[in-house]
Design a protein around this ligand. Structure first.
Ligand code: TYM
Length: 336
């Protein structure tokens, strides 16, 4: 299919610390798979990351690491546009315009805003509240039809759609109204290993709750061995009654490609201890080549620099086109 006939797709991940296997299963793992079917545009969302306090040197390091991880997870910079959000000024520029049609009421109702405000009570800043408007700008600038994300981003996508429709109604057709591309299975919401009623999150105070993409084999297996399950003995997928075991089956499925019924059959009659170690080994074995490739890329700063530069140029061109249209529609005088 010619590139012009393909639909566009956008997604981003924040460089705010360790990336978990939840981020991988719910989002990043799918990015590479979508590259042939869609015009894919992927960003490292550093502008979003500063809505909570970041150490400058650490943020720079995490940004580069996430770039390398994206490529190690199969994003091919020759096929997809891969860039750092702050390198492309249109993201902030469109945010300003969209702010004029976004309401404080709808932003303060966002679950993530409420959660983060509670967790960072000493730093409830305007950026934290405006986070979803910046996210809408990311998506709408590229006229993305689809947005591959985990289930926790659903509310932000709804807001993106509302803003696109609101703008189009007020100023005439400008933006593609995007749809979420959210996994239908439980991979859309990987749960904490320490408390399977909670989402797996890198900001969990209990490090046993999450596995990061950088964890070594011993750490991965230790965390899975400690995973909270239930007191029966059968390894069966039943998220309502057996959330811990079901979560482990989901993770096993994601990392081995075996279906859930296949996994259930494989472990029929076996104990939880054996199952947990098998899941840990499958995850560690799948992470090892990704970690090695990421380390190789991080040692080649010149290559990463070139990827970022080319990606920013491509993203600049696409985003300018949309931004110019927006500026014209709202009545800004042409500057050039
Ligand atoms: P972030 O960095 O918090 O998370 C990156 C992606 O990982 C998904 N995710 C999960 N999926 C399954 N199970 C989990 N436990 C889990 N935890 C996280 C998230 O849904 C996300 O897809 N706001 C975005 C970043 C962003 C963005 C965008 C995304 C900025 N601009 C535009 C899409 C389009 C975020 O919080 O990502």
């Amino acid at each position: 299919m010619a590139d012009t006939e393909k639909k566009s797709l956008f997604s981003a991940v924040q460089p705010s610390g360790a990336v978990t296997i939840g981020n991988y299963i719910g989002a990043i793992r799918n990015f590479a798979k979508l590259q042939d079917e869609f015009n894919c545009i992927y960003a490292v969302a550093d502008l979003h990351a500063i809505t909570v306090r970041q150490e400058a040197a650490v943020l720079r390091r995490n940004t580069l690491e996430l770039m390398a991880l994206f490529i190690a997870c199969g994003i091919d910079p020759a096929k997809s546009v891969l860039f750092v959000q702050s390198h492309v000024p249109a993201h902030c520029e469109l945010t300003w315009v969209l702010n004029t049609i976004a309401y404080p009421g709808e932003l303060s109702r966002m679950t993530q805003f409420k959660d983060k405000s509670a967790r960072h009570a000493d730093n409830v800043n305007m950026g934290l509240m405006d986070y979803p408007v910046l996210m809408a700008s990311d998506i709408l600038l590229y006229q993305a039809a689809l947005v591959p994300v985990g289930a926790d981003q659903k509310q932000h996508l709804e807001l993106t759609r509302d803003l696109a429709i609101r703008f189009n109604n007020r100023y005439g057709q400008t933006f593609t109204v995007p749809d979420g591309y959210i996994l239908k299975d439980s991979g859309a919401r990987v749960m904490s290993l320490a408390d399977p009623s909670k989402k797996m999150s890198k900001s969990d105070e209990n490090p046993n709750g999450f596995v990061t993409m950088g964890d070594d084999k011993d750490t991965v297996i230790r965390k899975f061995k400690r995973a909270v399950t239930d007191s029966d003995a059968d390894i069966r997928y039943d998220p309502e009654h057996k959330p811990g075991i079901s979560n482990l089956l989901t993770i096993y499925h994601a990392f081995t490609g075996k279906s859930i019924p296949e996994a259930e059959a494989e472990f029929a009659g076996k104990g939880y201890g054996e199952f947990k170690i098998a899941v840990g080994e499958a995850v560690a074995d799948a992470l090892a080549p990704i970690q090695a490739e990421k380390a190789r890329l991080l040692a080649d700063k010149a290559y990463l620099g070139e990827v970022m530069k080319k990606g920013a140029e491509q993203a600049f061109r696409i985003s300018r086109k949309t931004l110019s249209k927006v500026y014209r529609k709202v009545g800004f005088l042409a500057g050039e």
